[in-house]
Design a protein around this ligand. Sequence first.
Ligand code: ZN
Ligand code: MN
Length: 482
Amino acid sequence: MTEYEAIIGLETHIQLNTATKIFCSCKADSWFDPPNTNICPVCTGLPGSLPTLNKAVVEKGVLLAKAMHSNLLPMSFFDRKNYFYPDLPKGYQISQYDKPIARGGYLDMPMNPAGGQSYVRRVTIDNMHLEEDAGKTRNEPGRRLIDFNRCGVPLIEMVTGPDLRSADEAAQYLIRLRQLLRWLGISEADMEKAHLRCDANVSIRIKGETHLNPKTEIKNVNSIDAVREAISKEIERQIHEVEAGHKIETWTLEWDEDAGVLRKMRSKETEADYRYFKEPDLLAVRMTDEWRDAILAGYPELPLERRARFIEAYGLPEYDAEILTGERTLSDYYEATVKAYGGDPKRVSNWIMNDVLRMVNDAGIQASALKLTPAYLAEIIKLIDAGTINTSTGKSLLAKVETTGRSPATIVDEEGLAQVSDDSAIREVCAKIMAASPNETAFYKAGKVTLIGWFVGQVMKEMRGKADPQIARKIMEEMLSK
Ligand code: ZN
Ligand code: MN
């Protein structure tokens, strides 16, 4: 049987989270606003209006270029990309063409296929350019409605080389890109809200061959799952066609989310159809060293670097490191707690992954917004280490600190939660439980020693959870075996 491999390149459009649009001062994010409420003469292309470049767009582009190891061009230009479409009021899109903000670069992506060998896939970046978004068209029976709110919303278009080899790798690239964009704070990167859009170029070849076959382009895939599914189906279809002796034609396909099928779209314009030329209403963007350095001051350690460091410096399993670096404030939270605690970093990881993460998710907030600060979490773990409280009291403290914002030690004092490890106090309760449970005592003495758990439970209940469970167990065993 012939073995094929897929050749996939992704073209992503990233919506930047600037306050205003790229060439005017209209509000950029209209997700919650009624149609045509954030528009002006510039973004609706009225004659005589002139664009002014939003500096913040360039700055966010520089951050992404740095993260992708791309080369910034010292001088970049805007161009007009001409095409006719009802939701493009000027008749052209202001974009960048032969002198974009940055060229080249790569992302090294760790891959851990289920049941397979781990490897690193290097995804190269062809170029990234700044551009404005077009409006939104809605087709209704007998009429077509156009919303211009999205006109002029800032985008970065980033195109990868044909480096991805499976639908899973394509999905993983988007997951890593989304993580990175949020980490850098330059985009919400929410695919469902079209902050991150993706077109995929797909072709196949017989494994071992080096040439590229004609490709198809899949448009309109707006979730990670859809990317995985649409690309898988297209690879299958192409293999089927080739096996049947047919040639692959360079179609543009549209993913129909509801039906889960690919449909053929209009044939694509070629580059010449766009009649690119330099935008005469905008100046060139000069990226001076001073400006670049100012933008990159305080540039953060990136998620994959931090993930590697967590494994190396704290001895964390890859699984823990992946989750703890999933989001920037969570990884800051982890590291601050480790510092404040000073003990075993894995112990801190367990507390965060088992308990704190659930609090964060349930509340729908970021770790940085917790009233249970890293210092307080460290304090709870230290109180347990010192034997002042037991683990279950420690767990109950999490929510108490989070609701009140008070320090764990204060709550322990006020509510009298300190663990009782005083032998005589526990002994007294054990005797009381034995006296009150003659049947269980008899069963235990007759050999049903698994009942010890029940006895300890009774002691803990009687002492409102404050007994040292180890000591309670020891005393109870001792008294029952007399
Ligand atoms: Zn405007
Ligand atoms: Mn584009």
